[in-house]
Design a protein around this ligand. Structure first.
Ligand code: UDP
Ligand code: MG
Length: 338
């Protein structure tokens, strides 16, 4: 094709940019153009890995059109919606770059930051994550819940996950391969990157307003991601039962002494129902919520135990055979096109 930056078949490229997409028909063209402008200026060969996460709109068709015109663009088309973190994982499984960038489709993470990330990588860092110094155009609810979540996570987990970072980041190949080798289903990419270690640093950026369309992260998905993050990186909630049990037993013992004293040395009348009801409600509440915590973990153990592939690919466009092989090694279900 003679296009600048096209990789020869089988030759790994310098930079892979992974973009997960769920119902993003309104933003794809613009995102593609802005990414291309930035990447062409860098004079390195690159690939764009667009992952269509089971969109119900024209996302797949639009991406397919771009793939036809520009062989640097590749598409992993899921058989259904598997969720953002899984889509990003598939992109990393397919990526061939020496460096891999994860970026959202909606231009909230400015592509212009990528060259800066590459510079830090050249200085010898293996992970360069974007830190949001400001968030524009997001509701106060999103900002408050996000801030609370990052801080809760920091208090709960033993791996240090940097505060106020999203998935927008650059990784050296060895880091993305480490992540690809971790096949757990409850995925919290940020935490997994921290867990992987290596030399990490950050670049600051302003998180822009979503360019078009609406958020694909309703409260339900945010809560799920938070639960995944905490259960993947912390067993503290499980220990809560032990701690609460101990405290309550201690309180119960003190109360026992009080009751014995009242019975033996005073003429206090029978204690009323109130205290019994209060204690019963309190204990049942605590027991049930701790059962819920157990359920969260057991449910995840069950999901992992089934050992299903993380995602199912319906079609892979513009990938060469080598990438498809590495995909099979990663244990992804993939139907070879006929
Ligand atoms: N996304 C996805 N699958 C989903 C939900 C979201 O691939 O089930 C993608 C979405 O297309 C976008 C990125 O994940 O590229 C972040 O989503 P969004 O911008 O809606 O989240 P927010 O910025 O509001 O947290
Ligand atoms: Mg967004």
């Amino acid at each position: 094709m003679g296009m600048k930056g096209v990789t020869d078949v089988g030759e790994p490229c310098f930079l892979s940019v992974v973009v997960p997409m769920y119902n993003e028909e309104e933003v794809i063209e613009t995102t593609y153009r802005r990414l291309t402008t930035v990447l062409e200026k860098m004079n390195e060969n690159y690939e764009l890995v667009f992952v269509n996460d089971g969109s119900r709109d024209r996302t797949a068709d639009i991406v397919r059109g771009i793939c036809e015109a520009d062989k640097r663009v590749k598409m992993v088309d899921f058989s259904r919606n598997f969720g953002h973190q899984i889509a990003v994982t598939a992109g990393m499984d397919f990526a061939t770059g020496r460096t891999v960038v994860l970026i959202d489709a909606d231009l909230q993470d400015p592509p212009e930051v990528i060259p800066e990330m590459v510079n830090r990588w050249r200085e010898g860092y293996d992970v360069v994550y974007g830190r949001r110094i400001a968030r524009r155009g997001e509701t106060w609810f999103k900002k408050v819940t996000a801030a609370a979540f990052y801080r809760l996570l920091r208090a709960m987990t033993s791996v240090s996950i940097p505060v106020d970072t999203g998935d927008f980041r650059l990784m050296d190949r060895k880091v993305s391969e480490t992540l690809s080798s971790m096949r757990e289903r409850s995925r919290f990419i940020r935490g997994m990157v921290s867990w992987a270690g290596f030399r990490q640093t950050s670049v600051d950026y302003v998180r822009e307003e979503r360019f078009a369309g609406e958020t694909k992260y309703p409260l339900r998905k945010m809560l799920r991601l938070s639960a995944d993050a905490i259960t993947s990186f912390s067993t503290k909630p499980l220990k809560l039962a032990g701690i609460l049990g101990f405290l309550l037993s201690a309180a119960g013992f003190v109360y026992l002494l009080v009751v014995l004293y009242l019975r033996l040395f005073t003429n206090a009348t029978q204690p009323g129902w109130t205290s019994l009801i209060v204690i019963s409600l309190l204990f049942h509440g605590i027991t049930l919520s701790l059962l819920g915590v157990l359920g969260e973990y057991i449910g995840r153990i069950y999901e992992e135990a089934k050992g299903r592939p993380l995602y199912v690919v319906a079609e892979a466009v513009n990938f060469d055979k080598r990438q498809e092989r590495s995909l099979e090694e990663a244990g992804a279900a993939y139907r070879q096109p006929v």
